[in-house]
Design a binder for this molecule. Sequence first.
Ligand SMILES: *Cc1c(COP(=O)(O)O)cnc(C)c1O
Length: 423
Amino acid sequence: MSKGLDTICVQGCYEPGDGEARVVPIVQSTTFKYNSAETLGKLFDLQASGFFYTRLANPTLDAVEKKIAALEGGVGAMLTSSGQAASMMAITNICRAGDHVVCASAIYGGTFNLFHKTLRELGIDFTFMKPSATEEEVMAAFKPNTKAVFTETLTNASLVVTDIEMYARCAHSHNVPLIVDNTFPTPINCRPFEFGADIVTHSTSKYMDGHAVALGGAIVDSGNFDWNSGNFPMLTEPDETYHGTVYTEAFGKAAYITKARTHLMRDMGAQAAPMNAFLLNLGLETLHLRVPRHCANALALAKFLESSDKIAWVNYPGLESNKYYELAKKYMPNGTSGVVSFGVKGGREKAAKLMESLKLAAMVIHVADLRTSVLHPASTTHRQMTDEQLEDCGVSPDMIRLSVGLEDIDDLLADFKQALDQI
Ligand SMILES: *Cc1c(COP(=O)(O)O)cnc(C)c1O
């Protein structure tokens, strides 16, 4: 019987036997013992499943992977050492030199750099679509060598709510999968597979961990995409490094995620550490409680900022004045995230003064954890971008990104009130 998301968060996908640890244990071992050479051989040939080396699989990671797959409603998941590694592997699992990806431009700065510079240098090309792109414009961006579409469900930092169904239509009419980064809403607020996405990625470093203690990433496979169009020989033709295994034949619906692990993780090795997977699991156990509270606090603070005459603009998809309010109601009806952005009248200088005057909200290079924080993207996370690139990804020079935490909302409001009084 399938369980509710709250139950999956608390104790999903880990069932201890008699006398075993109640809490998912940290299996701090790189290696696992076998008595028979034949069994070990079968593991190597992918004819049996089991643990033999932590770069490929580990019991702590396995439990957390299954939990995240269940939360998203997918057939399998793979943890990675960071969100960056998840984005990198999600693309390179199905794209080779000479291939092309249609990608939203308003994505996280780190992902943009990875695609625009590093993956381009490796021969994979990208066409970046502005948030205002219509369905016709997205359709026109496809080329004969397009192998995937990539976007974020709720973009970091510009808070664009993506029309997931529209992107899925465009991808599927070209026989390629839609890959979405669902870091900000988390599966508590948005389950992209229900709207046609095929692969989901996460930076688990954000709300999933939620306490700002462990970097991590995840890739989740819906199992819904049909790889047999001839577009994906890496999945439908023999892999000689596994004695000619054909992933789609041997692993069916889990072909993509199995290949990500047995091929890419084997060769590239960006595995999450068991200790980090354990910490991530502690975060996941309360995700269903924390996310709604982040959203409630964020909405209250966004409304307060909107009412201040010292604030030029407020961007929060939960505000009725927001351009993405309707899309947010459709794709994230219970709330978007705890991230709000706003501009201070008087630009850069006043923005800096406001940030320095805040006492509870700290200036940090992080978002989406339980402590309220502020950041000026144009001079930090997005500083390597040109003004034009900044504009394309929805970041203006006066923008402050506010990540609303789980403190008492009255204390947060008082903190912003006193800081605004000082500018
Ligand atoms: C932070 C972030 C990433 C990168 O994740 P790391 O864990 O920092 O490597 C990718 N996508 C989004 C939307 C993010 O917010």
